[in-house]
Design a protein around this ligand. Sequence first.
Ligand SMILES: Cc1ncc(COP(=O)(O)O)c(C=O)c1O
Length: 392
Amino acid sequence: MLNTLPSKLPDVGSTIFTEMSALALECRAINLGQGFPDYPPPDALIRAVSEAMAQGHNQYAPMAGLLQLREAIASKVQSQHGHAYSVESEITVTAGATEALMSSLLALTHPGDEVLLIDPAYDLYAPSIRLAGAEAVRVPMRPPRKDDPAFRIDWNRVEAAMTPRTRMLVLNFPHNPTGLTLKPEDLDALEALIDRHPVLLLSDEAYEHIVFDGCAHLSPVSRPLLAEHTVLVSSFGKTFHATGWKTGYCCAPAHVTREIRKVHQFTVFSVSTPMQAGIARYLRESDTLSDLSGFYQKKRDRLATGLKETRLRPLHSEGTFFLLVDTAALGTGLEKELAVRLTREVGVASIPVSAFYADPARPEANHQLLRLCFAKLDATLDQALERLRGLN
Ligand SMILES: Cc1ncc(COP(=O)(O)O)c(C=O)c1O
């Protein structure tokens, strides 16, 4: 009986992240593949959460999230993007960005709908779209070239992929894995596109507070027309070095939030109460959000500068805690083989960018690029660089 159980996700196995982490462990490699910090959340935040527990914040939170956290999110988003969300009807606290994305896709897409993804794309989107019964349509970014070593989005190509069945476009900026951020001209292009094709935008902004070189994070919700169509998703995990706390949120117009909450209430109902109380207090009392980009920019620069003494060429990262390296000097081959070789030969684990495409084995998915995570202690980064200098 069990042998004949039909799978809803027949081609989903363990992810490349699990695979590379297992290999890193086996080879005692430094793991720059896994996308999480090897340092703790701020002391004051840990204290705020512990005190919330001691003060009795231990029973179910309201389904939409603790009021004080929704208020803190509303004021944060308003000061960042100038858009006012209603605390009652437009903000929902979720179990990480993951649950916000899954609940949104399940609530807002239907069998027969198409959802546009821009490749390379974070690995959660396509299976979630499939579980919703919809179909992922993938539009590639233009890969880095010698004369312009960066990924670029061609909005004309995105528009050309739209059909009457297109329900949603998934955006993820700052972008994992390329580190791209949105510029004013991208928002202009999106406005023109939404004007012609009024689809929903699912905007995964998990790295919203990590943008470099003095740039601000531009969200689609900073433009009124786009805000009407957008589900803004974010995560406190990346912002507070607390990925294991799985606390995030989504903001969307009331009629959209109503549908998302219908799924949210039967998926998790509500999110860990002491985490919410602690985060709300921390957001009210501290001002560390503004320091985060500077903190990560130093790490990006440390890694990028050190890489110049290796055979790997760093690409520029505008945001997130990732940068890509060009491995062309190491010869050809699938990116996954290169990642395995790097782990085995010098003991540094990475993630092949091809893992962010529908079929990682296809030539279109392989650009000789690996993703390195610099959310690591300086000593960890230095040790990895030392090993990478020994690469032949
Ligand atoms: C682009 C992107 N979205 C969402 C997530 C998941 O966020 P969370 O841990 O809050 O569920 C991640 C985590 O790596 C991510 O990189």
